[in-house]
Design a protein around this ligand. Structure first.
Ligand code: T3D
Length: 258
């Protein structure tokens, strides 16, 4: 039987997905997408999952679209609309925090797939490449939206036009990613953070992501109104009552909403 292109593991309340085509740096094929989408949907639908970690097998995270895939070249825009847009939106709408554990090179749609996650932790030896310009394309999988928001227009255009390799250390310095850690510490530090987030009020964490993204689209007064609306929703959740009660009773909270 062929090996799975997306390995699925569950560690406590953390679901870990590993892109698994190491010989081709885990570049995306149609077959991999056919496994990845249901794996993401299953994590979203499983109430026991409270944090998602995505990584790659071998020395790469993901080298973007597999350029050997027969679908490439036929109608690039159609692939972006049909595959990469829903993939990016799936990540952005996960009901739990999503961590990209970037173990190696992340290029093209693979880089932006990682950058669309809530927290990006990369090994020192990892790198990020907006490889699109080198083959006559523009950044996709959310790159045009994410890059200027993460690092500002100037750096975004520089990264996208040159397609230069950005080290994980520079990516952290630039504010493109959350943390760069020693290679040997990547897995432990990521899983420790995932376990910590999984024990937090994840419904509020997902609402935090959504509200920050929404606030970027409106003016200050509207952002303040948005906060009031979402806070109203959060204030009605069991997690808020539990958080306050635990604080007052001087005990650890036990959050359950999702
Ligand atoms: O139509 C549509 O679908 C549009 C959507 C586009 C979205 C995109 O993602 S466009 C961008 C696609 N990705 C790239 O252009 C990156 C191509 N890869 C590279 O530039 C380099 O591989 C890296 C800089 C990422 C890493 O370089 P290096 O020297 O560490 O590794 P390598 O030797 O180039 O790659 C190792 C193997 O992986 C190699 O195979 P081989 O020779 O050992 O059999 C290489 O061909 C393969 N590989 C790497 N990236 C891809 C790939 N095979 C197919 N597609 C890839 N994207």
């Amino acid at each position: 039987m062929a090996e799975s292109l997306v390995l699925i593991e569950t560690v406590g309340a953390v679901r870990k997905l590993t892109l698994n085509r190491p010989a081709a740096l885990n570049s995306f094929t149609s077959a991999m997408h056919r496994e990845l989408r249901p794996a993401l949907d299953a994590a979203a639908d499983d109430p026991a999952v409270r944090c998602l970690v995505i990584t790659g097998a071998g020395r790469g995270f993901c080298a973007g679209q597999d350029l050997n895939d027969p679908e490439v070249g036929s109608n690039v825009g159609n692939v972006v609309e049909r595959v990469y847009k829903p993939l990016a939106l799936r990540i952005a709408s996960m009901p739990v925090p999503v961590i990209a554990m970037v173990n190696g090179v992340a290029a093209g749609a693979g880089a932006n797939f990682a950058l669309g996650c809530d927290v990006v932790i990369a090994a020192k030896s990892a790198s990020f490449i907006q490889a699109f310009s080198k083959i006559g394309l523009i950044p996709d999988c959310g790159g045009t939206w994410l890059l200027p928001r993460l690092v500002g227009r100037g750096k975004a255009i520089g990264l996208a036009m040159t397609g230069d390799k950005l080290s994980a250390e520079d990516a952290e310095r630039m504010g493109l990613i959350w943390r760069c850690v020693d290679d040997a510490a990547l897995s432990d530090q990521t899983m420790a953070l995932a376990t910590k987030l999984a024990a937090m009020p994840v419904k509020a964490l997902a609402a935090t992501r959504r509200t920050i993204d929404d606030a970027l689209k409106v003016d200050y007064a509207d952002a303040l109104s948005l906060e009031a609306r979402v806070q109203n929703e959060m204030g009605a959740q069991g997690d808020f009552r539990e958080g306050v009660a635990a604080f007052l009773e001087k005990r650890a909270p036990k959050f359950g909403d999702r």
